[in-house]
Design a protein around this ligand. Structure first.
Ligand SMILES: [Zn+2]
Length: 491
């Protein structure tokens, strides 16, 4: 570089640095108009009682419908009938696949596409041996004045009952929707391989009837407090616009068996060890999608001024952020297909050489990739071409990505901000599965959102011990659904 270009480069760098404070000052959150929606009345006492009673009913589905105990589902339906008389009087009800319920609230304009609110009635069982770890039993619905405890308190009887509360209230208040409003209450979301999947059956019904849905809301991101001293004090309302796919592959190596006293240098397990290393050493490519960049951008804009001096350069920092995220497993899971070797099997006895050794490799597939891509990847990276690779049942491809410029997403943003101006609404990728992905044939605008302010620590109790919902967050959920139905059931 000659002297002149050196000076030019220095001047350029100086100008960029000098403009930083200005850029950071201008790097502010975009204005969302949320101030026009009226407050909603919520009967919190009724909601508390109904949620407690709903948790007491053990609605656990099995992957085999024959093995499911249907009595609790009947009891659950009875509870809904008793507690929500207006819904049962004014809405049309159809039952599907033994346990799923589909309510239809007729709107005044049948030419408009309906909206649907989804929730699942089933819960996961409590892991054997952990029953006594619960501070209050999992199926008692204990209300201690601060929390309601039990399986389903967050996943997702809280959500289902809040939807019922909201619709019952709106009916009592004389609200009449313009679009049809469907409530789709599946009965076996937690069971992956179920052949009588309630969500699939209900979606098939919509397809047969030629019904196209304007938008869907199902379980998803909660309202998470983001508090970092001097940096940011806000809540992150994550709207799940897509969900990852799922696949298990069995990878196996065969060998001559025999007595372990005459073992070769490498048994089937030894050969398999090389295969595992090949798989683990070739992780999937990470990608910071526009959705993820939007999430960072929204958070970055809400940081304090000194931090915004850094975050306003988010586009320049992209490669660095991506690299850093791949080193932190929970962060890496947001930007790539994850690979987890989870189960292994070899010979049946300590002194027997294995004739076959196998592992299970679990993949959570990033939107844009498919189960087929995962198999291709495995066949490419494993050097030993004598391995057997087979896909296990229960797989699913990732969902499509719902748009962020739809009528529904904009309304979600406005409603969330109207309820608390400190809510940052951002799209995100849902790691687990929901019923919503089964509705892609009849709807493009699918959003996954659980409108309850809940701490990250409490979210970790989902599917675990001491699942519970803070009572302080409950009214927010019902008020949200009332606003949602009022707003989205209009043209
Ligand atoms: Zn769930």
């Amino acid at each position: 570089m000659d002297k002149r270009s050196k000076y030019a480069a220095l001047i350029g760098m100086g100008a960029a640095l000098a403009s930083l404070p200005v850029r950071a000052a201008l790097y502010r959150p975009e204005k969302v108009n949320g101030g026009t929606l009226p407050d909603e009345q919520v009967d919190l006492e009724r909601y508390r009682k109904n949620l407690s009673d709903a948790i007491r009913i053990k609605t656990i589905a099995s992957d085999d419908a024959e093995k499911t105990d249907w009595a609790p589902f009947d009891e659950f339906h009875e509870l809904l009938r008793e507690r929500y008389p207006l819904i049962h009087e004014k809405l049309e009800l159809k039952e599907f696949g033994r346990g799923s319920l589909l309510f239809r609230w007729h709107g005044s304009d049948p030419s408009l596409d309906p909206i649907a609110l989804l929730a699942h009635q089933d819960v996961v069982p409590v892991s054997e041996g952990t029953e006594d770890d619960w501070e209050h039993p999992a199926f008692e619905g204990h209300d201690d004045g601060e929390f309601i405890w039990g399986r389903g308190a967050l996943d997702m009887k809280n959500h289902l009952i809040a939807v019922m509360e909201a619709v019952e209230d709106l009916l009592a208040e004389g609200f009449a929707p313009v679009r049809d409003v469907y409530l789709c209450l599946g009965h076996n979301e937690e069971v992956m391989c179920s052949v009588d999947n309630g969500a699939v059956i209900m979606c098939n019904y919509f397809e047969e009837q030629g019904i196209h849905l304007d938008c869907i809301i199902d379980e998803g991101g909660a309202i998470l407090p983001v508090n970092i001293g001097g940096v940011i004090h806000k809540n992150l309302a994550g709207i799940g616009v897509a969900e990852k796919g799922y696949a298990d592959f069995e990878v196996a190596v065969t060998a001559k068996g025999g007595h372990s006293s005459q073992s070769p240098n490498h048994t089937a397990i030894g050969k398999l060890a090389d295969v595992i290393k090949d798989i683990e050493n070739h992780q999937f490519k990470a990608e910071l999608t526009p959705m993820m960049m939007e999430l960072f951008d929204k958070i970055g804009r809400n940081c304090s001024f000194p931090v915004r001096m850094v975050t306003c350069n988010i586009k320049l920092l992209k490669p660095l952020i991506k690299k850093a995220m791949t080193y932190i497993p929970p962060a890496a899971s947001m930007i790539r297909t994850t690979t987890g070797v989870t189960m292994a099997s070899g010979s049946p006895a300590p002194n027997v050489l294995p004739q076959r050794a196998s592992v299970n490799v679990n993949f959570r597939i990033f939107p844009g990739e498919t189960v087929e891509d995962v198999e291709k990847h495995l066949r490419k990276v494993i050097r030993n071409k004598n391995v057997e690779i087979s896909l296990r049942p229960g797989w699913k491809n990732p969902s499509k990505i719902s748009p962020r410029d739809s009528r529904c997403f904009k309304a979600l943003e406005e409603i969330c901000v109207s309820m608390d101006p400190d809510n940052i609404v951002a799209p995100y990728l849902v790691m687990g599965g929901t019923d919503a992905c089964h509705y892609e044939a009849v709807c493009e605008n699918i959003y996954r959102y659980s409108p309850f302010p809940v701490s990250t620590a409490l979210l970790l109790t989902v599917h675990g011990t001491n699942e519970r919902i803070p009572i302080a967050s409950m009214a927010v959920g019902v008020a949200f659904f009332k606003r949602y139905v009022r707003r989205l059931s209009l043209p």
